[in-house]
Design a protein. Structure first.
Length: 286
């Protein structure tokens, strides 16, 4: 979370659903499922499973839609992943992993109620300009409550993410510059980003130099007034483009969704199921 940003409805709801979606990236069960599906390594599982709703796309499509990964990191997994497995098999593995991770955390009745709220919210989303959301929205809703909960969280998460990418592009940032500026704003750490997003120290330094030239960073790598305003504008635009579905279902439904997920997310976080700091910039609940 960017330090000093107001907790708008859209940002609050992202903090509610992001742990539910993101657990699939950290649960050991996902690696086992992807290995069983024929993939080679954890990062191949990540890239292939998140891209699978788009079909067996080339690396360039994943670079474009995921935005903030070093392109060579993507190319180590895509398109080779499609020679080891199929999008359908990878998707099935991903849902199995997500369902197994969620099932101990949230009671079935609560999962079903939360999934119904998310479905109403997702029905208010539009696909134009949101390629990852649109791809995932083309998938059928699962019948099993925990899978439906994960699917709904994924839709709203990718809907927000597509809008965030649009805001970053409009601000003239590339993937590494986006990370450098967000880290300077306090959302995560350089060490986490280099480990999870594949950029090198040299690329990080070049991105920082570019941001200094634009007046966003000072000589110590801290955001200037110009940089703080620019990052705040990016986050504001992201929130504005994400708030529609939440506003449509109303504050009461949003509050109820948070209540249904609170205990399960607390258990997930308390058990180390999501690291803090993390590459998503997700703050620790509470």
């Amino acid at each position: 979370m960017i330090v000093g940003m107001p907790t708008t409805l859209a940002r609050r709801m992202w903090q509610v659903i992001e742990p539910v979606h993101a657990l699939v990236y950290f649960t050991p069960g996902a690696r086992a499922e992807f290995d069983a599906a024929g993939l080679k390594g954890g990062w191949m599982g990540y890239f292939a499973s998140r891209a699978a709703p788009m079909g067996p796309v080339p690396a360039e499509v994943v670079v474009a839609t995921f935005f903030n990964f070093a392109p060579r990191m993507v190319r180590r997994s895509i398109p080779d992943a499609w020679t080891f497995s199929s999008p359908g098999a990878v998707l099935a593995a991903r849902y199995r992993a997500a369902g197994a991770a969620l099932q101990p955390l949230i009671a079935e009745g609560d999962a079903a109620e939360a999934a119904a709220i998310l479905r109403r919210a997702a029905e208010q989303c539009r696909p134009e300009g949101r390629p990852l959301y649109a791809a995932h929205a083309s998938l059928p809703w699962p019948d099993e409550p925990h899978l439906a909960l994960w699917h709904g969280s994924t839709l709203l998460r990718e809907h927000r993410g597509d809008g965030h990418v649009a805001a970053l592009v409009a601000a003239g940032l590339d993937g590494c510059e986006a990370h450098v500026s967000a880290t300077a704003a306090g959302s995560t750490t350089k060490e986490v980003i280099l480990a999870y997003r594949g950029w090198t120290d040299e690329e990080w330094g070049a991105a920082a130099d570019g941001l200094r030239t634009r007046g966003w960073l000072d000589s110590d790598g801290m955001l200037t007034e110009t940089g703080r305003a620019a990052r705040a504008d990016i986050e504001r635009r992201t929130d504005e483009s994400a708030v529609g579905p939440w506003r449509a279902i109303g504050e009461d439904s949003c509050t109820r969704l948070a209540e249904l997920l609170e205990a399960g997310v607390a258990t997930l976080v308390g058990g180390g199921g999501i690291p803090f700091p993390n590459p998503m910039g997700l703050p620790k609940p509470g």
